[in-house]
Ligand binder design. Structure first.
Ligand code: GH3
Ligand code: MG
Ligand code: MG
Length: 304
């Protein structure tokens, strides 16, 4: 996996303290390690800097004029952008009640003043490492989620995802009284393409046609690989006449495509129908029936 996001920069630590001397001491201690440092001398500035530069860790003083450390922490934890940044409190108080209050505000740890540099560095390092592994896990999960819904060959959505999407989109269309159309497309005589030019070239055709579909539909439409050489497209907020026009553009682009093989013309057939409150699986069946009608009526055409 690509770890570059974690490797290209050293961790950024934001230090927050109203006493300039403390900022200076913290800076000196942290500069022994390979950290980048940002500083703020009050809570408001800390929130602004945290929002704009998204530090990997915040060392936060409690007693400050203006909003104090607890309040600063609470606000940072409320904002989705800064919520996951670990906060270590810097506290001159080591009364149990104050420490508990810090944890309740969302801090992960605390360091007492005067600073012991070894302790400060160890706690900082631990929480930075935990933050990095959480970030890494989040990216891995996002990658897995993407893989789980994508057809690996064409990059379109896979069969399961497109069906799940149709179920959701039809429910939304019903709820918001919006139009929705569904098309089923199938490559004509695709077996012959494989037979004449090989399976590898057949794959190339599938990928290229997927790209043509993606390039022609709107961002709000959803295209998936329904089966081997079949595509399902969901046109949201679109009646069947408009969907048909888009499908015609797709059909003509594919027909005109130059495949670099003498005399090879690849065509598709399709069927498109509009949602009228019926079950979403029925909608797929209707699009499929229209597709077969297009095949019967000579192929390289869209039935509506
Ligand atoms: P029709 O016009 O009636 O659709 O004819 P057709 O030849 O396209 O239909 P048929 O269902 O007989 O054949 C579909 C072909 O699609 C056969 C199968 O090998 C091929 N195919 C399905 N998936 C893939 C794939 O992932 N890669 C390649 N290269 N071929 C595939
Ligand atoms: Mg076919
Ligand atoms: Mg087929």
């Amino acid at each position: 996996m690509d770890n570059s996001v974690f490797e290209d920069k050293s961790p950024l630590v934001l230090i927050v303290d109203d006493v300039a001397k403390n900022l200076q001491i913290l800076g000196t201690i942290l500069s022994k390690k390979n950290y980048r440092i940002a500083a703020a001398n009050n809570g408001e500035k800390a929130i602004i800097i945290a929002n704009s530069s998204l530090p990997d860790l915040i060392l936060l003083d409690i007693m400050m004029p203006g909003i104090n450390g607890y309040e600063t922490c609470t606000r940072l934890k409320k904002n989705p952008r800064t919520r996951d940044i670990p906060i270590i409190f810097l506290t001159a108080k080591n009364e149990l009640a104050d420490i508990v209050r810090g944890f309740e505000a969302g801090a992960v740890d605390y360091v007492t003043k005067p600073f012991n540099s070894v302790e400060l560095l160890v706690r900082t390092k631990t929480h930075l490492e935990l933050k990095m592994s959480r970030d890494m896990l989040k990216i891995r999960n996002e990658q897995l989620e993407r893989l789980a819904i994508t057809d690996s060959m064409t990059g379109l959505y896979n069969h399961r995802y497109i069906i799940d999407s149709l179920s959701i989109r039809t429910a939304e269309a019903k709820r918001y009284k919006q139009s929705l159309s569904v098309a089923m497309l199938d490559i004509d005589y695709f077996k012959k393409v494989n037979d004449n030019f090989g399976h590898f070239f057949g794959d190339f055709v599938l990928v290229r046609i997927s790209a043509i579909i993606e390039d022609t539909i709107r961002k709000t439409d959803i295209a998936g690989r329904y089966g081997g050489e079949e595509y399902l497209i969901i046109f949201t907020n679109t009646d069947k006449k408009n969907a048909f026009n888009t499908l015609e553009r797709i059909r003509r682009s594919i027909e005109k495509e130059n495949w670099g093989k003498e005399s090879l013309i690849v065509t598709i057939s399709g069927g498109v129908c509009e949602f009228e409150g019926q079950d979403y699986l029925k909608l797929i069946m209707t699009a499929d029936e229209l597709l077969y009608k297009a095949k019967e009526n000579g192929r390289n055409r869209i039935e509506i």
